[in-house]
Design a protein around this ligand. Sequence first.
Ligand code: NI
Length: 174
Amino acid sequence: MALLNILRYPDPRLHKVAKPVAAVDARIRELIGDMLETMYDAEGIGLAATQVDVHERVIVIDTSEKRDQPLVLINPELVWRSDARVLGEEGCLSVPQIYDKVERHAAVTVAALDRAGQRFEREVEGLTAVCVQHEMDHLVGKVFVEYLSPLKRDRVRAKMLKRAREEQQERQKV
Ligand code: NI
C-alpha cells in the first residue's frame, strides 16, 4: 500500500468528472487500499478518488469513532434522499483548515458496488449521510466551497493560493 498525494483546492483537476469503474479488479482494490491508508493517515472521514487524481467513481468513508469501519462505495448512486435537510459544518482534505456550513439531506440511501464487486444498498444518516453527499460531489467535480457565496469562495481561494506559495518558499529554503 502507499500514501497518495491529495490534490488541493483550487487545483483544476478537482473539477474533473469521474467515470464509472468498468471492472472491480486488482487495480481498483489496490486503489481502495491506498485511498483508505491515505484517508486514515490524513485523519479524514472520507476521500474520493478525484482527490487523488484518479477520475473513476470510487469513495472511501469511515465515520466510526475507532476508525475501524471503512465504507467503500464503487459507482455510488443515491436512490433515496430525505426531504429533511440539515445544516452542518464541513471540511475537506483538499481544502485543509477551512470549515463552513453546507445544507445537505439529513438521510440518504446509497446503492454501490463493494470491494468484491457485489451491489448493495445502505441507508445512512447524520455525519455519514453528509459525508456520502460530500464525497459524491467530488466525483462530479464539485468541492464543498462551491456552495458558499462567491465572496467567501474567493477568500478561500486566495487563502489556499497564499498558503501554497508559502509552502513553496519553505521548500526552497531547505
Ligand atoms: Ni472533500
